[in-house]
Every structure is written in structure tokens, then in C-alpha cells.
Design a protein around this ligand. Structure first.
Ligand code: FAD
Length: 413
């Protein structure tokens, strides 16, 4: 008797990427298992913001979503001491509910509270996980430290970004008293040194507050400064102080064209954070995770897993990520040529130039541009920029990455 439970595909990780991939496979009649080390519903550190294109990638409408949903049509962005309000739209959810919903909708066998330790590809081309589950295909959707990514992913050229946050019950009246805008409208604070941003998001009686920085080493100090800013401005209820001592951290990889080399290898496909797909500026990760999962499932359904990378790269959203990535790199190079002076993040300045040396008009443009990207907007001129981006991507230097998961422990055969 076979000692392995047999599936058509096994998905490692039941976050939005894993559940979506499984849902599109089971809809085509595939027998799929999702294995997740957590018992659901589970806490996932995340602000829970969704840009509009998420729904199309999910193949759902916001009306299909039965749990807490906070649509917003204005985004409040503070930068260099001035606050700007942009008319852009999006949604907030609570990951505790959203991930559980998607997991239950997946139609897969749910093997939760069960971490995958070992993934081995056998000579017959099948994957065996922990000597218990076997399938011809395995989908690595286990986030930053996904064991399938450890088995097949190339070394990442840049270190991951660092994020600290807390979501907690604060009471509807207290939350409402401290709001910049309406319920569900995000308040964002762009750090003066442009190396990250912080957020303060009301979800009725819940608050979600946190900071992210391009280097994980900078996040704690940036969070302290951002917290000071929100408190000075009266945008946090005094009762939140104790909860805010309990912020937790996580790190994940922003999109880099180099990551796409690891899309597929020998029947293993990586999606979402396991591949490293978050937006190069806003760090939005749910949408690219869901999108990549759907494209991976589509490639598998067509019997063309080797074409997953090509299809992902060809998608307009991912093509735009590539453009944004290179725009960010050029911007960073220009800034360092201009002296690269680091500003005291989140110190309010009144009028004139911010400490980062950006003019008043420049600050407004930056704040509105950021809100546009935050709502899932794209940079113009994508077609031309993409040609340039492709040429630049061919010469990507590999930087040291001390905080990344170990490169390719290669249990894959
Ligand atoms: C503080 C913070 C705030 C963020 N805010 C936003 C936001 O507002 N909007 C947005 O779009 N993005 C946000 N992101 C990014 C977003 O959370 C991720 O990009 C997104 O969760 C990726 O989804 P995923 O399904 O690929 O991975 P995950 O959601 O990380 O899911 C991975 C799953 O794999 C499981 N797993 C891990 N290892 C194993 C193992 N060995 N065996 C079995 N299971 C395993 C985990 O338990 C987890 O359930 C934020 C990230 C952080 C850290």
C-alpha cells in the first residue's frame, strides 16, 4: 500500500496566494491539498489594504466578501510637515478574516497546524513533502521563509524590507475621535528620508498602525518616530499606548526582476511572497500574490508550468512593477548623487522646504503620486520604459543579503 497521500498538486502556505492558486485548480477538477503551519483563522501581520484590481484577480466582487470590508475614496498623506488628501480608492479588510475566508473557499483538503519541513523531488518527478504527501506539482506559497523557495529559489539580489505593526481593538468612539478622515480612510506618513512610510488605519472599532522601511535595520527607529508624530498630532487614542508597545515585526521581499527567474523549477512553482513580488514602492503584496497564484494555476491547468514565468512577466501589472522598480532605482541613484542627506523622519515642518530638500510643489506631487500608487495606479509611459528596464535588468548586481533565508538548501533533486 502507498504510504503517501496522493494529490494532483500540493500548496505549501494557505495565505491569499496559496488559497487562490488552490481555488483555481480545484475549480478545474484538480485534487489539491493546502498545508499550513498555522491553525486558521490566524493573525497575519498586515495593514489589510487592498487595491481595486484585487477583486478581478480573485474573480470575485466586493459583494461576495462576507466579512469586514472598509471601502475608502480618500487617502490622507502627510509628508514634510504638510498633509495632502488624494481622491483615490481602495479597500481595507482584516487579514484574520480575509485569509480564513479564502482558505475555506479554496475547495482543497486543508492540512493546517502542520508545518512543512522537507520537500524532496524524487527520480520519478514527483514531490514528496515530509515523507507523507506526494504530488507531481508543488506550489510554494509559504511567504518569506517558504520551504519550497528554499529548495528552488535563486539568491535574492537585495535584502527584504522591514515592517512593524499592531492591529488592535480600540473602541469605535475613541477611534472616531482621533481620525483625520472618515472610517476606513488611511492616513499615511511618508518618511522624510523617503526610505519608508507609516500608516494609521481605522477599521470601525479596530486600529491598524505600523511602519515599513527599505532596510529592516531602520524599522524600529522609524516606528518610534512615526508613533511620536501620530501621538503629537492627536491621531492615536491615549488608551492605545499599551497596545503600541506590542508591535511585531516581519520582513518580506519587494519585486525585483531577478526574482522571476525562480518562478518554476522541476514541477515546483513559487507565488506571492515566496517569489518576492511586493510592489517596489508601496510594498503592496496581496494583489501580486493573488495575481501570480492565478497565473500559476492557469499555466498548470493548461499543462504548461514552464510558461508561468512568461505569462507573469507579460501581465500589465507585473510589467508596470518592473518599470516602477527601475524608476525607484534611478530615483535612489539621483538622490545619492545629490548628497543623500538623511532627514529626521516624521518631524513636522511648516512651509518652505522639507528637511529632505524637496520643494512644496515637489512634496505635493510626491504625496499625490504615492496615493495614486497606493490605490493600485500605474506609472505612465510603461511601454517605452519597459524596454529600458529589460536592458537594465540583464545587468543586475547581486548585493549581500545577510537577512535573507539561506539560499537554495536544494533538497530538490
Ligand atoms: C506588517 C505588514 C503589513 C502589510 N500590509 C500590507 C497591506 O496592507 N496590503 C498588502 O497588499 N500587503 C501588505 N503586506 C504584505 C502582505 O502581507 C504579503 O505580501 C502577503 O501576505 C503575501 O501573501 P502570501 O499568501 O504570499 O504569503 P503569506 O500571507 O505570508 O502566507 C504564507 C502562509 O504560509 C504559511 N507557512 C509559512 N511557512 C510554512 C511552512 N514551512 N509550512 C507550512 N506553511 C507555512 C504561513 O503560516 C502563512 O499562512 C504587509 C506585510 C507586513 C509584514
Amino acid at each position: 500500500m502507498n504510504r503517501h497521500a496522493e494529490y494532483d498538486a500540493i500548496v505549501v502556505g494557505g495565505g491569499p496566494s496559496g488559497s487562490t492558486c488552490a481555488r483555481f485548480l480545484t475549480a478545474a477538477g484538480w485534487r489539491v491539498a493546502i498545508v499550513d503551519r498555522a491553525a486558521f483563522p490566524r493573525v497575519k501581520l498586515c495593514a489589510g489594504w487592498l487595491s481595486e484590481p484585487v477583486w478581478e484577480a480573485l474573480g470575485m466582487s466586493p459583494d461576495d466578501y462576507p466579512a469586514g470590508l472598509w471601502p475608502w475614496e480618500r487617502c490622507h498623506v502627510a509628508y514634510g510637515g504638510t498633509r495632502h488628501t488624494a481622491r483615490v480608492r481602495g479597500y481595507f479588510i482584516r487579514r484574520y478574516e480575509f485569509d480564513d475566508f479564502l482558505l475555506r473557499e479554496s475547495g482543497a483538503d486543508l492540512l493546517t497546524d502542520r508545518g512543512v519541513k522537507r520537500a524532496v523531488r524524487h527520480d520519478d518527478g514527483t514531490w514528496v513533502l515530509d515523507d507523507a504527501l506526494r504530488a507531481p506539482y508543488v506550489i510554494g506559497a509559504g511567504g518569506t521563509h517558504c520551504p519550497i523557495a528554499r529548495a528552488i529559489a535563486e539568491r535574492r539580489p537585495k535584502p527584504p524590507v522591514g515592517v512593524q505593526e499592531r492591529e488592535f481593538l480600540a473602541g469605535a468612539a475613541e477611534v472616531a475621535d482621533t481620525r483625520v478622515g472618515e472610517d476606513g480612510e488611511p492616513e499615511l506618513l511618508i518618511h522624510d528620508d523617503l526610505r519608508g512610510y507609516s500608516w494609521n488605519v481605522p477599521k470601525s472599532d479596530w486600529l491598524n498602525v505600523g511602519s515599513g522601511t527599505v532596510s529592516a535595520r531602520e524599522v524600529r527607529a522609524a516606528w518610534q518616530r512615526a508613533r511620536g508624530y501620530f501621538e503629537r498630532e492627536g491621531h492615536l487614542p491615549p488608551s492605545a499606548a499599551e497596545e503600541l508597545e506590542r508591535v511585531q515585526g516581519h520582513s518580506y521581499y519587494l519585486f525585483h526582476p531577478h526574482h522571476l527567474q525562480s518562478c518554476h523549477k522541476g514541477g515546483a512553482l513559487l507565488v506571492g511572497d515566496a517569489l518576492g513580488l511586493a510592489h517596489p514602492i508601496t510594498a503592496e503584496g496581496i494583489y501580486p500574490g493573488i495575481l501570480s497564484a492565478r497565473i500559476a494555476a492557469d499555466a498548470l491547468r493548461r499543462g504548461e508550468p514552464e510558461r508561468y514565468r512568461e505569462r507573469l512577466e507579460a501581465h500589465p501589472a507585473i510589467a508596470n512593477f518592473e518599470v516602477v522598480f527601475h524608476a525607484r532605482e534611478w530615483g535612489a541613484r539621483l538622490a545619492s548623487r545629490g548628497g543623500g542627506r538623511r532627514a529626521d523622519t516624521a518631524q513636522p515642518q511648516r512651509g518652505g522646504r522639507a528637511s529632505s530638500g524637496v520643494s512644496r510643489i515637489g512634496r505635493a506631487a510626491l504625496a499625490h503620486g504615492f496615493a495614486h500608487l497606493f490605490a493600485g495606479g500605474v506609472l505612465p509611459g510603461a511601454k517605452l520604459a519597459r524596454h529600458v528596464a529589460k536592458a537594465a535588468a540583464r545587468a543586475v548586481p547581486v548585493e549581500s543579503d545577510s537577512q535573507a533565508p539561506p539560499p537554495a538548501s536544494r533538497s530538490a533533486g
